[in-house]
Design a protein around this ligand. Structure first.
Ligand code: SF4
Ligand code: SF4
Ligand code: SF4
Ligand code: FES
Length: 601
């Protein structure tokens, strides 16, 4: 793929099911209701000039660059904040609009450095592109008036610089930090001409502010004001390769933007199903390994640990390895050989490794890193649901009404999912945190957990059983759902078990250290608050009774009817990006691909 930035539709996609048809510059276009005129124009191949709009954040309507004319409507409304209407007739290119846009652009450029040739964003700058688009040829106001050209550079962040002399105060960075990342580290200080982007409190720079270096602001900035240090050093990328971040279980998709074999920057891919164009600091900036001098790029062998490594051809490496493995097998038998697969590999790679071990080596001595993180998920969910997969995709959280987070710290461990979750919480979803730690989600800007159950470590099963006790004994179970979708007899056994007095929140309080009334209130919220979704992490699966806890979680979801649609479900937050796939492919010694037990039964 050559270098082309991803298309920017100006405003976010509308999720409405209602279709609206309008005409833009003589072309009929049909889009979901709630779409902006700007996005509708972009979807039918048009290009309305814009500066303050980008499709990762809500429209703001501040730059006045995207004006259009609409038949029957007075004035020149901003296309980014004007929703489409049935039968609307829109004109985006008229002499009046051209005059207005050029005038606005002249004002911007009268307070902007004229150093395009030496600017790190040269040929990759929306301000430059928009100036070309509106046909800017002159700046009638001159360049000598009051300006911001002397504003000091902030180079404190290790990954990107902030050069306020190039800022057009469009607020895209501020909105990206609020809406996309949810850290709210940025603000626009001052008013009018004195408006300026500010990180943290007065006196802070980017490094000392709450900024977590996710880079969403850098991606949103239409100028070189927020710019990656690597781009400043290396130059504009020349091609992009789509790849997957291997750091955590979110599995964000990126465009690795390259110059030759040199990685220049990692830009989250808007079409990535897990991340939808967002990322965290690790995926976006911690990519030094890609071109690191210690990275092994050629096959090497040595006969003993005392010998130096010797670079060899692939043919020599393959035959050397095969001969050694055969010799071990001949001397010690098939069970002397084995292999471990990685959940950072693709399904195909993992399948081939287990196949080599089973068919080539002749043993079931294969295992995977999922053994130490989520094998309780595999076991617990397969026992309860019949399949070991989590039940939802990450988008599903946007339909949740009550979110229960158990033994996980998403803002640190799964940051891009956490940003999505925080967005949903800011929209009003309720939050229950079950964790001995006071994780960030318990209280952070604009987020406050409705219930935080700081249980005694090791009491996951007791807390979940007490929640189940409350739900069953207070008549909050969804009997219709259970009768239709679950096994009613088995449910009754379970209900009788959890209803016993020894499982009541009051009886268990000395064990769990969670006040009984508080636990009961959290249980009622989960059972009755609408779509209830459970997300859990290694605080469940890497603890004793991990499998029992996973089964308790699955039982809660089934008992309350919180399974089988968007916004609900049981969601393991995994350690790597392909834990699910590596288990599916038969990486455990006792299971063939597709979880067929080796006993053949
Ligand atoms: S890098 Fe992320 S957290 Fe920091 S200011 Fe930008 S958007 Fe906010
Ligand atoms: S730093 Fe960039 S995104 Fe933020 S207000 Fe300035 S020009 Fe806009
Ligand atoms: S959230 Fe996880 S997968 Fe996404 S960029 Fe960060 S470390 Fe990578
Ligand atoms: S892009 Fe519409 S007002 Fe700025």
């Amino acid at each position: 793929m050559g270098y082309e930035p991803q298309a920017d539709f100006g405003t976010p996609e509308s999720r409405s099911d209602v279709a609206v048809t309008l005409t833009i510059d003589g072309r009929a276009v049909t889009v979901p209701a709630g779409t902006s005129v700007m996005r509708a124009a972009a979807e039918c191949g048009g290009q309305i000039p814009k500066l303050c709009a980008t499709d990762s954040v809500k429209a703001f309507g501040s730059c006045r660059m995207c004006l259009v004319e609409v038949d029957g409507m007075r004035g020149t409304p901003a296309s980014c904040t004007t929703p489409v209407g049935e039968g609307m007739v829109v004109h985006t290119q008229t002499p009046r609009l051209q005059r207005l846009r050029k005038g606005v652009m002249e004002l911007y450029i009268s307070d902007h450095p004229l150093d395009c040739l030496t600017c790190s964003a040269n040929n990759d700058c929306e301000l430059q592109d928009t100036a070309a688009q509106v046909g800017l040829r002159d700046v009638r106001f001159g360049y000598d008036g009051a300006n911001h050209l002397g504003a000091a550079l902030d180079t404190s962040n290790p990954y990107f610089d902030f050069d306020p002399s190039k800022c057009i105060a469009c607020s895209r960075c501020v909105r990206a930090c609020d809406e996309v990342q949810g850290t709210l580290a940025l603000t626009i200080d001052g008013r009018g001409f004195a408006s300026k982007v500010s990180a943290g409190q007065a006196g802070d720079d980017f490094l000392s502010s709450e900024c977590v270096s996710c880079g969403a602001c850098v991606q949103a900035c239409p100028t070189a004001t927020l710019q990656e240090k690597a781009v400043k050093e290396i130059g504009k990328p020349e091609r992009a390769v789509i790849t997957t971040c291997a750091y955590c279980g979110v599995g964000c998709t990126f465009r690795a933007e390259m110059r030759g074999e040199q990685l220049v920057r990692m830009v989250p891919w808007k079409d990535g199903k897990a991340n939808r164009g967002h990322s965290c600091v690790k995926g976006r900036f911690a990519w030094g390994y890609a071109n690191h001098q210690d990275r092994i790029t050629q096959p090497m062998i040595r006969d003993s640990v005392d010998d130096p490594w010797r670079v060899v051809s692939w043919d020599e490496a393959f035959s050397y390895t095969a001969n050694k493995l055969n010799a071990i097998k001949a001397a010690h038998g098939a069970r002397a050989l084995g292999g471990i697969t990685s959940s950072r590999c693709t399904n195909e790679e993992v399948w081939l490794v287990q196949k080599l071990i089973r068919s080539g080596f002749g043993s079931n001595n294969v295992d995977t890193c999922a053994r130490v993180c989520h094998s309780p998920t595999g076991y617990g969910l397969s026992k309860t649901f019949g399949t070991s997969a989590g039940t939802q995709d990450f988008d599903s959280v946007m339909d949740a009404d009550v979110v229960m987070v158990i033994g996980a710290n998403p803002t640190d461990g799964h940051p891009v999912f956490a940003s999505r979750l925080k967005r949903r919480l800011r929209q009003g979803a309720k939050l229950i945190v079950i964790d001995p730690r006071r994780i960030d989600l318990v209280r952070s800007p604009h987020i406050q957990a409705d219930y935080h159950l700081p249980l005694q470590p090791g009491t996951n099963v007791a807390v979940l059983t007490a929640i189940a006790h409350t739900i069953v004994t207070e008549g909050l179970a969804d009997e219709a759902f259970i009768r239709e979708r679950c096994d009613w007899d088995e449910y009754q056994d379970w209900a009788a078990f959890v209803s016993q007095d020894r499982h009541s929140p009051e009886t268990l309080e000395p064990v769990t250290r969670v006040p009984a009334a508080y636990l009961r209130a959290a249980a009622r919220l989960y059972a009755t608050g609408g779509n209830g979704a459970i997300y859990y992490g290694l605080g469940v699966t890497e603890h004793s009774q991990g499998s029992s806890t996973v089964m308790s979680i699955a039982n809660l979801a089934m008992a309350t009817g919180n399974i089988g649609r968007r916004g609900v479900g049981v969601n393991p937050l995994r350690g790597q990006n392909n834990v699910q796939g590596s288990c599916d492919m038969g990486s455990f010694p006792h299971e063939l691909p597709g979880y067929r037990h080796i006993s053949g039964s």
